[in-house]
Design a protein around this ligand. Structure first.
Ligand code: NDP
Length: 239
């Protein structure tokens, strides 16, 4: 059997497509998100679905250990779970800022904590973090979201340097707009409407499967090759 792939945010959008893709390539997958039923409906072979909040380190570690007892050590972790709550800086609720920091930043660290030391001990393994073009440049109404994604990019690159000697790969994939329910959680209707108008101007976002293609490309390179960063967006997306 191929090696275990752990995917957070597997109940929707990009994460769900990643699970489909890596399963189709023959990998056992551990699918993590809060909504377990949606993941179970996919009915992927050699898969385990667990309802885990990515901010909960103990729950994350216990789900990973359970999957590893069934399928062997984690060879690839994809930290994909995320939340985008756009807002005006002076008006946005503190709670929305706080949730984005918890899920987008701490949520990447719980997964990393669950697998990284084992990968270093084995001298193999890969972690792919889903960043964003909003982790490389700023956009209006995105300030805290951008802050969380800049953090993902900084942590990935910094850790990559430090674990490189152990043959462990750390990769960041930075997509532009992708067609998923991500925007639906933003509470400000005016911001959502303007975002959707802008999306129409670029003929819509990328397909989630195109992000899965990028993850598969980076992963299937030999372990000695690290594709450090992939930035991908619709050609018509100027920023
Ligand atoms: P979706 O809203 O479709 O998916 C988000 C996923 O994150 C869901 O599976 C959700 O599962 C999970 N999630 C959210 N909060 C938690 C939590 N506390 N614990 C566990 N899981 C959680 O969005 P996308 O697929 O678009 O987003 C995936 C990643 O891609 C995010 O990190 C996002 O920032 C990034 N991205 C997306 C872009 C886009 O345009 N769509 C562009 C650039 C980056 P559940 O609700 O079941 O817990």
């Amino acid at each position: 059997m191929k090696k275990l792939v752990v995917i957070t945010g597997a109940s929707s959008g990009i994460g769900m497509e990643l699970a489909r893709r890596f399963s189709a390539e023959g990998h056992p997958v551990l699918m993590l998100a809060r909504r377990r039923e949606v993941m179970e409906e996919l009915n992927l072979p050699n898969s385990l679905c667990r309802s885990v909040d990515v901010t909960d380190l103990e729950a994350m570690q216990s789900a990973v250990r359970e999957a590893e007892e069934l399928y062997g050590k984690t060879d690839l972790l994809i930290n994909c779970a995320g939340l985008m709550l756009l807002g005006y800086p002076a008006e946005q609720d503190f709670d929305e800022w706080s949730r984005m920091i918890d899920v987008n930043v701490k949520g990447v660290l719980t997964g990393t904590k669950a697998v990284l030391s084992d990968m270093i001990a084995r001298n193999e393994g890969t972690i792919i973090n889903i960043g964003s073009i909003a982790g490389r440049k700023t956009f209006d109404n995105h300030s805290v979201y951008c802050g969380t994604k800049y953090a993902v990019h900084a942590m990935t690159e910094s850790m990559r340097r430090e674990v490189s000697g152990s043959n462990v790969r750390m990769i960041v994939i930075a997509p532009g707009v992708v067609e998923t329910p991500l925007l639906s959680h933003t509470s400000n209707q005016e911001i959502k409407d303007n975002y959707n108008l802008w999306k129409q101007e670029i003929d819509g976002g990328l397909e989630p499967s195109q992000i899965a293609d990028c993850a598969w490309f980076a992963y299937q390179m030999p372990q000695e090759v690290c594709v450090r960063e992939i930035v991908i967006a619709k050609t018509k997306q100027a920023d």
